[in-house]
Design a protein around this ligand. Structure first.
Ligand code: PMT
Length: 224
């Protein structure tokens, strides 16, 4: 039986991609399946936490005992996250949020013509950076999806977004990242420590991440 070390903790997890509509039938998105974030939500619940899972479109069923909030776009994900933030002790952001969205959404299906088509994109809010700026006593865990200079780029995200822990995956590696059942990560801490984990299933990795979260939380909350 998993020890309930997160009992009394309110954990907010994000998962999946966001989907940014171009018109009623077309959109911009990415390959996130939601598997990583759903695994974290499931494992956090098993450890006794009260869990809210804010998820972009994913073909997965809700983990048992977890409050599921379904969203589509980055803007909707931001609203759902900020809505739950006040009642949250630990935030774990595994979602692959689209950094850009079409500047305007056509109300009708766009017609094909002989001309080239340019779609102008504008920036989406960086949800994690926004939470980092108003962190309070919360523990913040981010992911970093990189294809080059993993530790350097993930370390920059840890600082820029005011995180306690970054789970860095090189998504160009086989068996890591988007839409597979396994992942290969390095864990980066605020004190500069880097811990390398071997390839493992996403459920097992979720457990490893939460074990580190329990230790960090014990240290910051004066518990355990
Ligand atoms: O869903 P799966 O198929 O299981 O795949 C898992 C995964 C590859 C999606 C996951 O392991 C992962 O790496 N998630 C983060 C993907 C990502 O968008 O990384 P990033 O380096 O672009 O963003 C860094 C962090 O900031 C992330 O925690 C992200 O949730 C957050 N972010 C990013 C952009 C934005 N506008 N708002 C954010 O909050």
């Amino acid at each position: 039986l998993t020890p309930k070390r997160l009992k009394g903790e309110r954990v907010l997890v994000t998962a999946g991609p966001t989907l940014e509509e171009i018109d009623p039938v077309r959109f911009i998105s990415n390959h996130s399946s939601g598997k990583m974030g759903y695994a974290i939500a499931r494992q956090a619940r098993l450890r006794g936490a009260e869990v809210t899972l804010v998820t972009g479109p994913a073909a997965l069923s809700a983990p048992h005992g977890v409050k599921l909030v379904r969203v589509q776009s980055a803007t909707e994900m931001r609203d759902a996250v900020l809505d739950a933030l006040e009642r949250t002790d630990i935030v774990i952001k595994a979602a692959a949020v689209a950094d850009y969205r079409p500047r305007s959404r056509s109300g009708q299906k766009m017609k094909k013509s002989e001309a080239e088509l340019c779609i102008e994109l504008e920036k989406n809010p960086d949800i994690l950076a926004e939470i980092g700026a108003m962190k309070g006593g919360r523990l913040l865990v981010g992911f970093a999806a990189e294809t080059q200079e993993l530790v350097k780029n993930a370390g920059a995200k840890l600082k820029a977004k005011n995180l306690d822990l970054v789970v860095a995956n090189d998504v160009s590696q086989e068996g890591a990242g988007f839409n597979v059942d396994t992942n290969i990560v390095k864990l980066l801490y605020r004190d500069g420590r880097v811990e390398e984990l071997p390839m493992m299933g996403k459920d097992e990795l979720a457990g490893e991440i939460l074990e580190r979260v329990e230790v960090l939380r014990g240290a910051t909350a004066g518990k355990g």
